[in-house]
Design a protein around this ligand. Structure first.
Ligand code: NDP
Length: 332
């Protein structure tokens, strides 16, 4: 067995982390033979709650978990880490304007970027879940110049999983018979869930999702809005935001990043834009990628029609605005 990987989870006393810690601890991300040191960061008022989570983690008796560090100190939390799930962020409160939320979070992710730069391994892989995730990831990478920009990402995997689930449900096929649903852009209501390139195995043969469903009105209408508004629907029903599914998506994202995407399957992740598909540069934009040996590569050459172009541009525009607002806060 290899040395334990040092894995940081922030917001460790929160709802998403409550599911995530267990999934990571039992080997869902780094594999069944990879020992782990779990490092948990939260803010000082949450330390008592975190103590309870540590007790439960210990009581889970997970053989891969070789050590647990629970702290409110970034200098301790970011030390020599191999992977970071940055979940903790200022929650959106009623009456709060977007720019207030952005300002609060920019402060957190600027500080965590600096801590990564100073303390983390240079090959650390960073996944930002806390919202606004794409812009938080961008700020984090800007303040960690010694770590390659390719090592920062934002989570759009939950949106991908939601899209896949909608298609599988409509066609009444198992979830893993559907592949290559793509999420373009921001993890926000402007995201573009795109099934133009997705396929499904149905009746023993592989078909385009578009042909199998044969209902363009639904695919361009209710399908997209259901995925875009799924988070709000979960909140309305549960009175709490999605946590188990967000944690599972974070695991899927990081597992594919560390272990690679299966042959022929794409994953969507928010990554530093190189201008592919005419998207603005210097934003964290969700693209379809394939991953090998820990390196992602944008899937190139997909045809983009006018409908997709308009949606891809709209979400890029929002990301540019968020970036400009966030940078103003940073420089202030
Ligand atoms: P959650 O664990 O539910 O959510 C954490 C973050 O994830 C939020 O930004 C939230 O954004 C986002 N998120 C929630 N659901 C989804 C989803 N379905 N898809 C994508 N993103 C999602 O929040 P809690 O309030 O339970 O826990 C947050 C914890 O973070 C608290 O313990 C708090 O103390 C901690 N915290 C830690 C910090 C640190 O470590 N430095 C800094 C700030 C907070 P949304 O607003 O959209 O729900």
């Amino acid at each position: 067995m290899s040395e334990p990987l040092r894995v940081l989870i922030t917001g460790a006393a929160g709802q998403i982390a409550y599911s995530l810690l267990y999934m990571v601890g039992k080997g869902d991300v780094f594999g069944p033979n990879q020992p782990l040191t779990l490092i948990m960061l939260d803010i000082p008022p949450m330390m008592a709650v975190m103590e309870g989570v540590v007790m439960e983690l210990n009581d889970c008796a997970l053989p891969l978990v070789r050590g647990i560090v629970a702290t409110a100190d970034e200098d301790v939390a970011f030390k020599d880490i191999d992977a970071a799930f940055l979940v903790g962020a200022m929650p959106r409160k009623e009456g709060m304007e977007r720019k207030d939320l952005l300002a609060a979070n920019v402060k957190i992710f600027k500080s965590q970027g600096k801590a990564l730069d100073k303390h983390a391994k240079k090959n650390v892989k960073v996944l930002v879940v806390g919202n606004p995730a794409n812009t938080n990831a961008l700020i984090c990478s800007k303040y960690a110049p010694s770590i390659p920009k390719e090592n920062f990402s934002a989570m759009t995997r939950l949106d991908q999983n939601r899209g896949q689930a909608q298609i599988a449900g409509r066609l009444k096929v198992p979830i893993d018979h559907v592949k290559n649903v793509v999420i373009w852009g921001n993890h926000s209501s402007t995201q573009f869930p795109d099934v133009t390139h997705a396929t499904v195995v149905i009746g023993g043969s592989e078909k385009k999702v578009y042909d199998a469903i044969n209902d363009e009105t639904w695919l361009k209408g209710d399908f997209i809005s259901t995925v875009q508004k799924r988070g709000a629907a979960v909140i309305a029903a549960r009175k709490l935001s999605s946590a188990m599914s967000a944690a599972k998506a974070a695991c899927d994202h990081m597992r594919d990043w560390f272990q690679g995407t299966p042959e022929g399957k794409w994953a969507s992740m928010g990554i530093y834009s190189d201008g592919s598909y005419g998207v603005a540069k210097d934003v964290m934009y969700s693209f379809p990628v394939t991953i090998q040996n820990g390196q992602w590569k944008i899937v190139q050459g997909l045809p983009v029609d006018d409908f997709a172009r308009a949606k891809m541009d709209l979400t890029a525009k929002e990301l540019c605005e968020e970036r400009d607002d966030a940078l103003k806060v940073c420089e202030a």
